[in-house]
Design a protein around this ligand. Structure first.
Ligand code: ATR
Length: 273
């Protein structure tokens, strides 16, 4: 039985993951049999049981199954536990090893692709939902001077900070607390852009030479990126590199060889204009 990999979601036909994993396989000279699974709602467990019984060795998980995957795992990495969500799994016998590579992908994109080392930098993370939670530990591992987590519902940011306060200089605030503060990297990890909304962030947060990053990708200039550009920010990025990097992390984890992401990023990039 050949080793099988897949991405499960619903809907799933839009997924670029098979194309990306195929490009990584070609670039590394390795084979990967990677397909999509349109999971029926409420049927995650039998669907994955059947996939494993038929040679399934690993999965990517996308909406709306990240919490089902969290519950299905027998071993959760610390970052998956903190994110409360799983986006990659590996099956070894009875073991279901679960990971969340979103935050690692984001950090790799910032540090390696965008050439923005985070050590000693002032980093502002907007949002405290699943996307933001996945980024917190990978950010703190880079030892920024300060990580500020800002959320509309401040209590959610405070709960998150309470879980990681021993890992570095990390602070929870509300938007009104941002006045007068400046940051070198400002990451929008809210879902505001999905609704064409702008988080109520003051223009003064962008320090000279700041990078404004939007997790959403492929949408060109979102309200947040437009706002940052109009505020004079020179370096803007969306999450295309993060998406390519989290896929590369999964490929490396499954196959033991790290693929180069540059061609994938080039292919998926939508100009920010
Ligand atoms: P995801 O998994 O994409 O992070 P989520 O868990 O629903 O989605 O979290 C959405 C995040 O975006 C939250 O931090 C939310 O703030 P609240 O916790 O206060 O709801 C934030 N968010 C959504 N729309 C926003 C907006 N218009 N302005 C600011 N923050 C917004």
């Amino acid at each position: 039985m050949s080793e099988r990999y897949a991405v499960i979601g619903n809907p799933i036909s839009h997924s670029k993951s098979p194309q990306i994993q195929g490009m990584y396989a070609k670039a590394t000279g390795l084979q990967i049999d990677y397909t999509t699974i349109e999971g029926a709602l409420g049927q995650f467990v039998p669907t994955i049981d059947a996939f494993r019984a038929n040679g399934g060795r690993g999965l990517n998980i996308t909406a709306p199954f990240k919490l089902d995957a969290f519950a299905y795992a027998t071993e959760l990495s610390e970052r998956a536990r903190l994110a409360g969500a799983v986006n990659a799994m590996k099956f070894e016998g009875d073991r279901v090893i679960a990971e969340n590579f979103d935050g690692v992908g984001l950090v790799r994109d910032l540090v390696h692709n965008l050439n923005r080392p985070l050590a000693g930098e002032r980093v502002l993370l907007l949002g405290a939902g699943g996307a933001a939670r996945g980024a917190v530990l990978p950010f703190l591992e880079q030892e920024p001077a300060q990580l500020v987590i800002c959320n509309r519902t401040v209590s959610k940011a405070q709960e998150l900070v309470a879980k990681v306060s021993d890992r570095g200089n990390v602070l929870a605030v509300g938007y009104q607390d941002l006045c007068g503060q400046q940051f070198d990297v400002v990451v929008n990890a809210t879902s505001a852009s999905l609704h064409n909304e702008l988080p109520p962030v003051p223009t003064s947060v962008f320090a000279e030479g700041c990078l404004a990053y939007e997790l959403l990708y492929g949408k060109g200039l979102t309200p947040y990126l437009r706002f940052a550009r109009d505020a004079g920010v020179k370096q803007l990025a969306d999450g295309v590199g993060m998406f390519a990097e989290q896929a590369a992390e999964a490929f490396t984890w499954w196959k033991g060889v790290r693929p180069d992401t540059a061609a994938v990023i080039r292919q998926l990039t939508v100009p920010l204009e």
